[in-house]
Design a protein around this ligand. Structure first.
Ligand code: DQA
Length: 148
C-alpha cells in the first residue's frame, strides 16, 4: 500500500522561509517524518514537492491510476486558488487529507477559502510538521490497516 505526500509551492524553502511562522524544520525533515510514519503503518511513501500547479495535478492523477491508499496534500498557496487541483481530486477514488503547517483560519481572510477542502476527506492544520504524521495515521485508520 502506497501513500502519496504532495507538497506545493515554496515548501521547498521550509526551514528558512518565515521560520517564525513555519518553523525550522526543512522539507527533508518533513519527508523523514513521513517515512517514519509510513513504516509504522506499513505504507510505502511517495514524496513530492513542486512549485508548478500542473505537476501537482499530474501527481494527483498518478496516485489515482496507481490505486494509492491515500494522498496527504499540502497544496500551499494553490489551496486558495486552484480549481484544477480540486478537479483532479474529484476525478480520482483516493482519499485526500489536506494538511497545512499553519492554522489557515487564523491568518489573512483569503487563506480561509480552500478549494482542496471541497473535496478532501479530512483537514489538519496548525500543528506544524506533525500534521503530516497525523494524516498518515488517519489514512491507516481509514484503510483499516494494522499499526505496529
Ligand atoms: C500553507 C498555508 C498556505 O496559506 C500558504 O500559502 C503556504 C503554506 C501551510 O502549510 O501552512 O504556502 O499551506
Amino acid at each position: 500500500p502506497t501513500v502519496y505526500v504532495i507538497n506545493g509551492p515554496n515548501l521547498n524553502l521550509l526551514g528558512s522561509r518565515e521560520p517564525e511562522r513555519y518553523g525550522r524544520a526543512t522539507l527533508a525533515d518533513v519527508e523523514a517524518l513521513c517515512r517514519t510514519a509510513g513504516e509504522r503503518h506499513g505504507f510505502e511513501i511517495v514524496f513530492h514537492q513542486s512549485n508548478h500547479e500542473g505537476e501537482l495535478v499530474s501527481w494527483i492523477q498518478e496516485a489515482g491510476r496507481a490505486g494509492a491508499t491515500g494522498i496527504v496534500l499540502n497544496a500551499a498557496a494553490y489551496t486558495h486558488t486552484s480549481v484544477a487541483i480540486l478537479d483532479a481530486i474529484a476525478a480520482i477514488a483516493v482519499p485526500v487529507i489536506e494538511v497545512h503547517l499553519t492554522n489557515i483560519h487564523a491568518r489573512e481572510p483569503f487563506r480561509r477559502t480552500s478549494y482542496v477542502s471541497q473535496v478532501a476527506k479530512g483537514v489538519i492544520c496548525g500543528l506544524g510538521p506533525q500534521g503530516y504524521g497525523l494524516a498518515i495515521a488517519g489514512l491507516a485508520g481509514l484503510a483499516g490497516q494494522e499499526t505496529r
